[in-house]
Design a protein around this ligand. Structure first.
Ligand code: FES
Ligand code: FES
Length: 150
């Protein structure tokens, strides 16, 4: 049995020790906002926060999370930074197909949480691991700037 704290709520799941957190979220807990992209830590689609830091949930065994707090896209609006990012995303209509966007939002929210007013280079560095096949990068950067000015 693995105990997890996700979006402020406790869960107990029956899962193999090597099952990645992403599988637990999507397949066992029905939290499907976090996406599977590459499965090998290359695309960022599966990004969640663990104790406020962005991590690739496709490569993190759920059993290794321990008592640390997991935040997913379903819970990111509970944080001020996450709410601001989501509002900016809507305002600037960042999303195209949407597949990469929950991961993008999680990385962006973590960025403005630790750096409330990032410059272009800091945004590019923080978002470099999140790939978007629709190439929404210009609007992502604009939305982060909008959220950081709010
Ligand atoms: S699915 Fe995890 S980084 Fe691509
Ligand atoms: S919005 Fe389509 S992959 Fe990013």
């Amino acid at each position: 049995m693995i105990s997890l704290n996700i979006n402020g709520r406790g869960y107990a799941v029956q899962a193999p020790d090597d099952m990645p957190l992403l599988w637990v979220l999507r397949d066992l807990l029905n939290l499907k906002g976090t996406k599977f992209g590459c499965g090998i830590a290359q695309c960022g689609a599966c990004t969640v926060h663990v104790d406020g830091r962005p991590v690739r949930s496709c490569m993190l065994p759920a059993a290794n999370v321990g008592s640390r707090e997991v935040t997913t896209i379903e819970g990111i609006a509970q944080k001020e930074s996450g709410r601001r990012i989501q509002e900016a995303w809507l305002e600037l209509e960042v999303v195209q197909c949407g597949y990469c966007q929950s991961g993008q939002i999680m990385s962006a929210a973590a960025l403005i949480e630790r750096n409330p007013c990032p410059d272009d280079a800091e945004i590019d560095a923080a978002m470099a691991g999140n790939i978007c096949r629709c190439a929404t990068y210009v609007r992502i950067r604009a939305a982060i700037k909008s959220a950081s000015r709010t």
